[in-house]
Unconditional design. Structure first.
Length: 269
């Protein structure tokens, strides 16, 4: 793989990422401090789109994001790039595991983005559910949730933790499944051998993994927005979780196998 890695490209992309961050994050922080929520949402989208351009990603979108606010977006989780991609497409905040808050750089951006950090210990689940419900209900904010509870290798979707979907019990809330797939590198199918250089999972170290990913070619991430559903359609949280898992998994497998027609290519600037 060293033959495919270009240190110069990695350096330039990293520099572009740092410039975008140092330029736009202070503006976002100022808007947040002034309570300009609408402008904050716009600036967050601008920032994530700038990051996509800086790090050389290509995003292809199929389907339409729910325009209803609030909506609970439910997606599979493969990489830290997932947040960049979904942040550029959605006016929503993220739900992430507590450890993310301690990551260098990424943790700061997550905190500024008002991410809801969840502690996976059962005794903490009630308070976290209430915080998410407050965001969705009283504040009317949409959330992005990764119900696998961790990231995967991108080949299949891990089982969903239905407890994380308990927030869907708060009113008649639209729940929209989203399939994410890292499908191609420089236009060619990525395959099982290349996908781990973008999928970040297991015991992989963040900095070396990011350096490798930045030095490869342009990765295509396919994002499939499936039709929204509601908890009332299924009668139980567990049934909703199983449905979302199966729909998302089918979308991931189809995209990985090159069977995801009708995608709209996007290269946000």
């Amino acid at each position: 793989m060293n033959g495919l890695h270009n240190p110069l490209a990695a350096s330039l992309r990293l520099l572009a990422f740092l410039l975008a961050t140092l330029t736009l994050i202070p503006i976002y922080a100022l808007m947040l401090g002034l309570g300009l929520k609408g402008m904050c949402r716009t600036m967050a989208s601008v920032y994530w789109r700038a990051v996509i351009l800086a790090v050389g990603l290509r995003v292809e979108v199929k389907g339409t994001p729910s325009a209803v606010r609030p909506t609970l977006f439910v997606a599979n989780h493969i990489s830290y790039f997932d947040i960049v991609v979904l942040g550029s497409l959605l006016s929503a905040y993220f739900v992430a595991k507590k450890e993310v808050s301690q990551w260098p750089g990424f943790g700061l951006m997550a905190k500024l983005g008002r991410t809801v950090f969840v502690d996976r210990r059962p005794r903490k689940s009630l308070g976290q559910r209430d915080e998410m419900a407050a965001r969705l209900g009283r504040m009317g904010e949409s959330l992005v949730l990764f119900p696998e509870g961790t990231s995967s290798d991108g080949l299949r979707v891990l089982p969903f933790k239905s407890a994380l979907l308990s927030v869907a019990e708060s009113g008649d809330l639209p729940v929209q499944p989203i399939s994410l797939s890292y499908s191609r590198l420089d236009g060619m199918p990525m395959g099982r051998g290349l996908r781990p250089f973008f999928a970040w999972y297991g015991g992989m170290e963040l900095v070396p993994h990011l350096w490798m990913a930045l030095g490869l070619g342009r990765a295509t991430i396919e994002v499939h927005f499936h039709p929204p559903v509601r908890l009332a359609d299924f009668g139980s949280r567990k049934a909703l979780a199983e449905y979302c898992h199966d729909v998302i998994d089918a979308g991931v497998v189809a995209a990985n196998n090159g069977r995801s027609p009708g995608a709209l290519g996007m290269e946000p600037a």
